[in-house]
Design a binder for this molecule. Structure first.
Ligand code: ZN
Ligand code: ZN
Ligand code: FE
Length: 757
């Protein structure tokens, strides 16, 4: 007889781990117990020596699909003479924490029952089991037990209770388990909150088919839904949401249906049907019947599959693709509570509600596959599962940036990157940011002694960091982090790289060490430090923010600055002569014309110059439309540029580039060809600059990061060209290349700086 005490950490709660242990113990004729603790799972087993060995091997080899073992330790203990194997009640342990499962898309078994008229879960919109269902969004605290979730409001009926207690059942200890008798239910109301009589699901489907906009309460918040093939419904939704052009996501019932509208690779299919079930940007077929108004001028369609029973039923019932966009106004966070319906009452005609509270807001995640998969927004299905670090880190809170904000905590070998929070420009989002930080602190038992934040003095995340530090005792160490260094380090960690690299950080805006707006930067960087060794030349943004919203101001300003005049070109036709005068005066006098080295702004300027997009209604619209046109063209070479050394920094000069584009325009060369040649030029600039830096430093690894690398044409070509030139390019796989990833970089830089203090 032998006996062992086993401690396991990882994602081991709410994923069918204890029944798995129970069954394994039965199989090997072992006695003892298993229990959840706030650190993970603890097991004591006793029996024959060799049976114990096989049990230990099977624990790792046969782990349930959604469980992830992070560590497993086993120690000999004195046998206690148990006469059975039991599942003991959960225990809380002071100070310990565990990894919490993200929400998981409906599993195949639950889906089968959902559509089986003989099953008691038939057509029940809230069915789930240990392998699927809500997790992170309903958990208030750990250990993960029903009373600590928003499901505590529902008392299980005898049948559900029996399944919950039966270790051989798929719903054994499934905390959110529910059925039509005892669980949450749906209501349909109109915009005035009056209940619509009848069965909510068929009624909602009927309304959607009739072109109505229905707000649907889902897993991590509300969606606004409408028929994706109905132009009129889309037009109304866009008007009400004040989103004239920003792409919207579409949910479709099956993979087969998505294939009718989009091209799907094997890799993409795998992601679509995964338990994370993200929105995936897919090449959009020209014969698709989904209205182009869903994503005007875009070659890609954001598509996803249903991920809750409610969505499965709604999609089947409606029988057509549905736009499913975040239920929020403008840049506010996604609405989650029934009480927030008033916020949405001007957006939706009807509300499909349920009475299971959402504790944590969580948007849909967005991914793309360009060579390999990468997230553009990391939220539902991924958060709060951590990114693994190649080393142990101190406890740091990194507050992230301003747009597409996420925050990040590091602890031991983990980086807990928050779900997408959003743009921290309004009070509601700031509240969501602060609440979420407090929630992560409580859940993961965090007490960070170091706070990292962006160097930008005006970011609300910066102000938050300073305020929190001021009222904390003891005072945490405060570390401002340069934006582009954070981008590059986030990419390094994403790839497990710790050695110095060349960093190419291209984005729209980031506060520079010199107080100017950076965004076209070449760095040599390691995890703690960086040097800016190259940049795009500084050019003025006439009118500041106005130039970002109206890229024709950039085009005019860049021409005037670089060529000394604004040649007569078609794009000027839409601009008031007076505005052109103002632009020139702002530049001449250096008044309200901040200088930037931003590569994002260069894309905007070229887009406007070509007459593609002079005024934008959503971020990066001009650059995106330019990319879409350029993707249609055949290779035609690139434009000239030059690089000059200025005080040890290589500066990319853009005069020849702009002059050559103007010449092509005057010769009547087509917009897609000029657009493609421009993309090729940016690639050539990257390769030439990396060559120079490499010759001086010997570095061969190149990290590509920043929002500009969401441009798939540029990303693909830059990677190819760098490989051909003998470099090893690193791109993103786990965290976004946009500002949604910088909190990870901030945390790691702060950790590294403090380690060397
Ligand atoms: Zn299930
Ligand atoms: Zn029940
Ligand atoms: Fe950025």
């Amino acid at each position: 007889m032998a006996s062992k005490r086993i401690e396991i950490t990882g994602v081991v709660q709410g994923v069918g781990f204890r029944p798995f242990v129970y069954q394994l113990a039965q199989e090997h004729h072992l006695m003892g117990w298993v229990c959840n603790t706030s650190a993970g799972v603890e097991i004591e087993v006793e029996g024959k020596e060799e049976a114990l060995e096989r049990f230990l091997l099977d624990l790792r080899a046969k782990t349930p699909p959604l469980a992830r073992i992070e560590s497993l330790s086993a120690a000999e203990v004195e046998p206690s003479g148990y006469d059975r194997f039991a599942i003991r009640p959960s225990r809380a342990q002071e100070g310990s924490y565990l990894l919490i499962s993200p929400d998981i898309a409906t599993c195949q078994d639950c889906k089968r029952e959902l559509l089986d008229p003989s099953d008691r879960h038939y057509r029940y919109p809230f069915t789930n089991c240990t392998n699927c269902g809500p997790r992170f969004t309903i958990i208030e605290d750990i250990p993960y037990d029903r009373p600590k979730t928003t499901m505590r409001a529902f008392t299980m009926c005898p049948k559900c209770q029996a399944e919950y207690e039966d270790p051989s059942d798929r719903r054994f200890h499934a905390q959110p388990s529910a059925c039509p008798v005892c669980g949450p239910s749906l209501t349909l109301t109109d915009a005035q909150g009056r209940k619509v009589p009848g069965n909510p699901l068929p009624s909602s489907a009927h309304l959607l088919k009739g072109g109505k906009i229905v707000a649907v309460k889902g897993l991590g918040g509300f969606h606004l839904a409408c028929d994706a093939t109905n132009e009129g419904a889309l037009k109304r939704m866009r008007e009400r949401k004040r989103r004239p052009a920003k792409p919207l996501a579409v949910m479709m019932a099956t993979l087969e249906e998505i294939k009718e509208h989009c091209q799907i690779s094997l890799e993409e299919a795998r992601l679509l049907i995964s338990s994370q079930c993200p929105i995936l940007l897919l090449p959009w077929k020209s014969e698709s019947t989904i209205s182009r108004a869903v994503a005007p001028r875009n070659r890609y369609l954001g598509a996803m599959l249903p991920y809750t029973p409610l969505h499965h039923l709604l999609l089947r019932e409606t029988g057509r693709p549905l736009v499913m966009t975040s239920g929020n106004l403008g840049d506010e966070p996604i609405a989650k509570d029934n009480g927030e319906v008033t916020r949405l009452k001007d957006l939706a005609d009807f509300f499909l509600l349920h009475d299971r509270d959402i504790y944590v807001r969580c948007d849909d995640s967005i991914w793309m596959v360009e060579g390999s998969p990468q997230p553009l927004r990391r939220a539902r299905g991924y958060a709060p599962y951590p990114i693994h670090l190649p080393f142990l880190a101190q406890e740091v809170l990194a507050c992230g940036g301003e747009e597409k904000n996420t925050f990040c905590f590091t602890k031991e070998g983990y980086a807990f990157l928050s779900q997408h929070i959003g743009d921290l420009q309004n009070l509601e989002t700031l509240d969501y940011f602060e609440e979420s930080i407090d929630h992560y602190k409580a859940l993961f038992r965090l007490q960070p002694g170091i706070i990292a934040y962006d160097l930008h003095p005006e970011y609300l995340s910066t102000k938050y960091a300073l305020e929190v530090a001021a009222r904390s005792n003891p005072r945490p160490h405060l570390l401002p982090i340069q934006h582009h260094h954070a981008h590059i380090v986030s990419c390094m960690i994403d790839n497990g790289v710790e050695d110095k690299v060349i960093g190419v950080a291209f984005d729209g805006t980031g506060y520079g060490l010199d107080g100017r707006i950076w965004g076209g930067e070449f760095l040599t960087a390691d995890l703690g430090d960086f040097q800016r060794v190259g940049q795009f030349e500084y050019l003025p943004m006439p009118g500041g923010e106005a130039a970002i919203r109206r890229p024709y101001r950039l085009a005019a300003g860049y021409l005037y600055t670089l060529l000394g005049e604004i040649p007569s070109l078609p794009f000027l036709a839409e601009i008031d002569d007076l505005e052109v005068e103002v632009i020139m005066r702002q530049i001449d006098k250096g008044l309200n014309a901040p200088l930037t080295s931003s590569c994002g702004r260069l894309f905007d300027a070229v887009s406007a110059l070509l007459g593609v997009r002079g005024e934008i209604s959503y971020e990066a619209q001009a650059a995106i439309e330019l990319e879409m046109l350029a993707s249609q063209a055949e290779a035609q070479g690139s434009y000239p540029f030059s690089i000059v050394g200025q005080r040890g920094v290589s500066v990319v000069q853009l005069k020849e580039l702009l002059a050559a584009i103007v010449a092509d325009l005057q010769e009547g060369i087509s917009t897609p060809i000029i657009g493609l040649k421009f993309h090729e030029t940016v690639v050539a600039i990257i390769v030439e600059m990396c060559g120079r830096i490499s010759r001086a430093t010997g570095l061969k690894g190149v990290a590509l990061s920043g929002g500009v690398f969401q441009n798939r044409l540029l990303l693909r070509k830059a990677k190819e060209a760098l490989r051909q030139a003998g470099f090893t390019p690193y791109t993103h796989h786990q965290v976004p290349t946009n500002d949604g990833g910088i909190s990870l970089g901030q945390a790691i830089i702060a950790h590294s700086k403090m380690r060397s203090v």
